[in-house]
Design a protein around this ligand. Structure first.
Ligand SMILES: NC(=O)c1ccc[n+]([C@@H]2O[C@H](COP(=O)([O-])OP(=O)(O)OC[C@H]3O[C@@H](n4cnc5c(N)ncnc54)[C@H](O)[C@@H]3O)[C@@H](O)[C@H]2O)c1
Ligand SMILES: [Zn+2]
Ligand SMILES: [Zn+2]
Length: 345
């Protein structure tokens, strides 16, 4: 096959033209990677609620047209000037928040908020020159979270990529690139429950169930799952939830229900819904209240990845790239956990 290094690649990508409007598969031009950038052939991607939130763009300054997607796995096609440690053919996971390795945050054991590459939801361009690498008929299409994985090829800063073992199945490990690592790290790196303690987890989607897994690994003896959707409960039991509370079943606030169940409150509470009412309840159901927020479960994305073997059970659906709107339907109806979208079909 002829090399595409240094050339524009025309490929299929899913473009969100306007907030909340159906996504359209278009032929887009993907420019070659510039200084410290890498062009990736995306093999598999999945849909995270954060994509959904920025597609709906409610209460946000809209940035369209845009190519969404940030949870994925792929193969390096070519590298730009200055990139070391990555070469064509390497298998990689992209990240919405990066690790430059040089700044004070990257050098601190306590922070993963890299000063150069930390998450920026408003930026739709590359940091090296303030331009997009995607275009249609010369008109720029914005990036999303420095990634844009709903495209057969994408350009990303090399500090937002982790090289992985080529034996790892790309159609499964892609879910480590956001949600699963976030939930697991939130428990293991941030909440740090002690053996024998009680933990409440609000929201039993993929992030919440990964947090539940983390509570199990930590040796928590009571893991109380809280969700408004009763259909989540059976599934959650397989992940280690020991008791369930549906706030809809009670006339008093859920924090009071949990306090009564635990003699004054749980030892740790982990909020994985993204909703303010759940955040308040999660804060108020802990007996000793300290509040911490986290991006990506405090993992440093390039040097700190969790092991991948336990996470396959989070994959509940698979669709081809041309069926991507189905993945949005599954999310809208809260069906399943993660839907893998194959760009190989
Ligand atoms: N901070 C980060 O780094 C990061 C990374 C990934 C995802 N997220 C966010 O984490 C959240 C969870 O992601 P997910 O993939 O598990 O989503 P999901 O939609 O699959 O699951 C969320 C669950 O929360 C439940 N829920 C909603 N409101 C609730 C309430 N008030 N009380 C109890 N349960 C409630 C829903 O019924 C659903 O089952 C999303 O908001 C996502 O944007 C954050
Ligand atoms: Zn995500
Ligand atoms: Zn840094």
């Amino acid at each position: 096959m002829a090399s595409t290094t240094g050339l524009i690649i025309r490929c299929r990508a899913v473009v969100a033209w306007e907030a909340g409007k159906p996504l359209v598969i278009e032929n887009v031009d993907v420019a070659p990677p510039q200084v410290m950038e890498v062009r990736i052939k995306v093999s598999y991607t999945s849909l995270c609620p954060t994509d959904f939130v920025f597609w709906e763009a409610k209460g946000q300054t809209p940035l369209f047209p845009r190519i969404l997607g940030h949870e994925a796995a792929g193969v390096v096609e070519s590298v730009g000037e200055g990139v070391t440690g990555l070469q064509p053919g390497d298998h990689v996971l992209p990240y919405f928040t990066g690790e430059c390795g040089e700044c004070t945050h990257c050098k601190s054991e306590e922070s993963n908020m890299c000063q150069l590459l930390r998450i920026n939801t408003d930026r739709g361009v590359m940091i090296s020159d303030g331009k997009s690498r995607f275009s249609i008929d010369g008109k720029p299409i914005y990036h999303f979270l420095g990634t844009s994985t709903f495209s057969e090829y994408m350009v990303v800063h090399s500090g937002c990529l982790a090289k992985i073992n080529p034996a790892a199945p790309l159609d499964k490990v892609c879910i480590l690139s956001c949600g699963i690592s976030t939930g697991l790290g939130t428990t293991l790196n941030v909440a740090k429950p002690k053996k024998g303690s009680s933990v409440a987890v609000f929201g039993l989607g993929a992030v919440g169930l990964a947090a539940v897994e983390g509570a199990g690994i930590s040796g928590a003896s009571r893991i109380i799952g809280v969700d408004l959707n009763a259909s989540r409960f059976n599934q959650a039991m397989k992940f280690g939830v020991t008791e369930f509370v549906n706030p809809k079943d009670h006339d008093i606030p859920v924090q009071e229900v949990i306090a009564a169940m635990t003699g004054g409150g749980v030892d740790r509470s982990i909020e994985c819904t993204g909703h303010i009412d759940a955040m308040i309840s999660a804060f108020e159901c802990v007996h000793d209240r300290t509040l911490r927020g986290t991006f990506f479960g405090n993992y440093k994305p390039r040097t700190d990845l969790p092991p991948s073997w336990r996470w396959r059970k989070f994959i509940t659906h698979r669709v081809s790239f041309s069926e991507i709107n189905k993945a949005f339907d599954f999310m809208e109806t809260s069906e399943g956990l993660r839907c893998i979208i194959s760009l190989e079909e």
